[in-house]
Design a protein around this ligand. Sequence first.
Ligand code: HEM
Length: 460
Amino acid sequence: MDATTMAPESTSPLPQLSVGDTLRFVRDVGGPLVARGLIIRRPRVVRALEVAGADRRAVAFMARMRDRYGDGPIQVAIPGRSVALVVSPDHVHEILDSTPHPFHPATTEKRSALDHFQPEGVLATRGPERDARRRLNEDVLEQDRPRHGLAERFDQVVDEEARWIAAQATGAGVLDWDTFERGWERVVRRVVLGDAARDDMEVADLVTRLRKDANWAFAKPVRRGQRRRFHKVLGRYLERAEPGSLAAVLAEHSQDGHIEEPAQQFPQWLFAFDPAGMATYRALALLAVHPRERQVALAEAEADDDHPLLRAAVLESLRLWPTTPGILRELTTEHRWAAGTAPEGTTVMIFTPLFHRHPSLPDADTYSPRRWLDHRSAVDWPLVPFSGGPAMCPGRNVVLTTTSAMLLALHRRLDLTLTEPGRLDPERLPSTLDPYTLEFTAAGRSSERVTASLELEATP
Ligand code: HEM
């Protein structure tokens, strides 16, 4: 515990960024965050941000603000809104642990974005329904089980789609994002909705179109007809409840009718699985430039269904390049800290790269997967790719199971080398990494040969 939690609370307003610092905040942090797309990424912007080293600049700016204004939170003067930036690790823990009251996850900004495609999703829900929807998500996704009850089926689905990706990549001699993403999206639809959805391009198009609208939040009107159509199609998959899919588990847990519109939990799952693909693809790149780590992780995964080091590779990918860089909360009541008091309705923002890449974090800019094997890592210092506390991502174990299975299944079939290794200097990994232009030269390998060679490599 540091001085921030022990100091007495103050009734004066929080320290506020000067006009100059507010403009710098917009240029270095807020602007890039919004420009890259809050709900669905804009690939060209992500590319430009990598070239500009955008997140390094953002982290340096936020660290400077803590030096200048203290432990905060620090108020930003945005017309019509009260916004406060979190700069102290203790405040991150306090805020995430004190969710949903007084720090509610369904902020005004989030609700207006999610209204485009999932107004009844748990993340957008305020009021008494939130508890029941949260419980439903926890139960269906089995949030506390490292391996979901359907994990074996998920492994099989991943393996089948990895075979398709590997065949394409071997034929072309290259693994690129488009090929990977096509295979990954099929995994997602099969795991969430069932095999019948594997090639359902209507669902794919609707989710993409409505997410693009969601990037504009309240600046764009909701396309109610398309949203209705989307929910209707999802409702059919819920009725179908294909065995082996999350749809079947959702149907089972919602059959007594205590949850209104249970199919409206699907959009979050479909949408959130997309960044899981990005994290996997970036993890492939990390493993490509750390061949020794790759050998050890793959050998271990062949022997242990939990794949601890491959899961850690995905977690490192998410630490280095968080797919949710801004965790938001809205104050349900006035709140006091030592630095000052924030009024009810204040949006509190945790900019996760500040903590994930903080200069005082050991090995902040290098690949260090073993930090995730020590469960204290995210307890003492906020490494929060899946958030934390009562609103923590209930899908994290499903994500880590499917993503680590994809890493294993691809490496069983492919030798992968980054075509531009200079983009990932292992001594100082880039602060922003555009997955869309990352490519690997790909050569096929037989799974038998790989398994045998991995066993040999693992022998001390
Ligand atoms: C790389 C992949 C993913 C990451 C990094 C991630 C991360 C997060 C984060 C940071 C939150 C916000 C929690 C907060 O506001 O404190 C969240 C919420 C949520 N995630 Fe994930 N997520 C991922 C994938 C998934 C998947 C695949 C599912 C479902 C299958 C899922 C289900 C949810 C749900 C239902 C919520 C809302 C929780 C609530 O409001 O209580 N997530 N996730």
